[in-house]
Ligand binder design. Structure first.
Ligand code: NAD
Length: 284
């Protein structure tokens, strides 16, 4: 049975350290504040926004929620972003995705000031990520790298397979692992034969959103498995990986729930604090 990579415990440990950083900022008269814009009625989005707010409050960060109607005009959303960009008390701005179809997501993300881009999704911050000179990272990817560091897992020279190529998870995980000298393959829906890649991988990161996608016959003994997937099956939360069959072959594995999920929220808060410190000239 592989060792469990306990994301929940690690996130709580990090939160304690983050509280100290928040205290330091407040002692200097700086209040970390970030804004989450949610457009429309997507149920999951509303839950995510509330989860973030709870976490923010628990570490002393103020999160303001802008809940906009399903038929919000793109120009009005852009005007709100402009207003928040210009407000010196606001250190972070993010738009909860997905957005309704009248909204051009690329145009909206591009409008966010890169210095306030807590999700790391503006073109310039994505570019910086691949250049290796980033100051903000998509939270899930940053959290995964920190979790591996916490367990002293070195990626140098490892063969990594990332399943999923979204801007928010798959691509940034791949970029950060490449930066750590791993050899990275990015797999997706059009990949002909997943097993051909996963069988040879030292590390498999699955961010596809499909329950039961990664099974024991697809991985080698000793594999390290990071399961990003969140799927609801018969009222249960499961990942992409068939945990019961894969865990005995793995050297390390993240559970779902309690693995990557708690890291994402914690590391979003860490991005807020990074940007708040940066805006106030405090270096890491
Ligand atoms: P997405 O739908 O934008 O992207 C999914 C990607 O997976 C696509 O690139 C697609 O090509 C690939 N894919 C889907 N099915 C596949 C298959 N059968 N074989 C190969 N590739 C396949 O999703 P996303 O936003 O990147 O999220 C991915 C999953 O991770 C979802 O389940 C989401 O809920 C979850 N997620 C979890 C966290 C967390 O904190 N744990 C954070 C973000 C996303």
């Amino acid at each position: 049975m592989g060792k469990i990579l306990d994301g929940k415990a690690f996130a709580n440990l990090r939160a304690e350290k983050l509280k100290e950083k928040v205290k330091d900022l407040k002692a200097q008269g700086i209040t970390p504040l970030f804004c989450v814009i949610n457009v429309g009625d997507n149920k999951a989005s509303k839950i995510y926004v509330r989860t973030k707010k709870r976490r923010a409050e628990s570490v002393g960060i103020i999160q303001k929620i802008y809940q906009l109607p399903e038929d919000e005009k793109e120009e009005d959303l852009l005007a709100l972003i402009d207003k928040l960009n210009a407000d010196p008390k606001v250190y972070g701005v993010m738009v909860q995705l997905p957005a309704p179809k009248q909204i051009n997501v690329d145009r909206v993300l591009e409008r966010i000031d890169p210095e306030k881009d807590v999700d790391g999704l503006t073109p310039s911050n994505i570019g910086r990520l691949w250049q290796g000179n980033h100051f903000v990272e998509p939270a899930t990817a940053d959290g995964i790298l920190a979790l591996l560091d916490h367990y002293n897992i070195d990626l140098k020279g490892k063969d990594v397979v990332v399943i999923g190529r979204s801007n928010i998870v798959g691509k940034p995980v791949a970029a950060l692992m490449l930066e750590r000298d791993a050899t990275v393959s990015i797999l997706h829906l059009e990949t002909k034969n997943l097993s051909q890649y996963t069988k040879n991988a030292d590390v498999v990161v699955s961010a596809a959103g499909q329950a039961g996608l990664v099974t024991a016959d697809m991985v080698k003994d000793g594999v390290i498995v990071i399961d990003v997937g969140i799927n609801h099956v018969n009222g249960h939360l499961v990942g992409d990986v068939d945990f019961d069959s894969v865990a005995p072959k793995a050297s390390y594995i993240t559970p779902v729930p309690g693995g990557v999920g708690p890291l994402t929220v914690e590391f979003l808060m860490e991005q807020v604090i990074k940007l708040t410190r940066r805006a106030n000239g405090i270096r890491e």
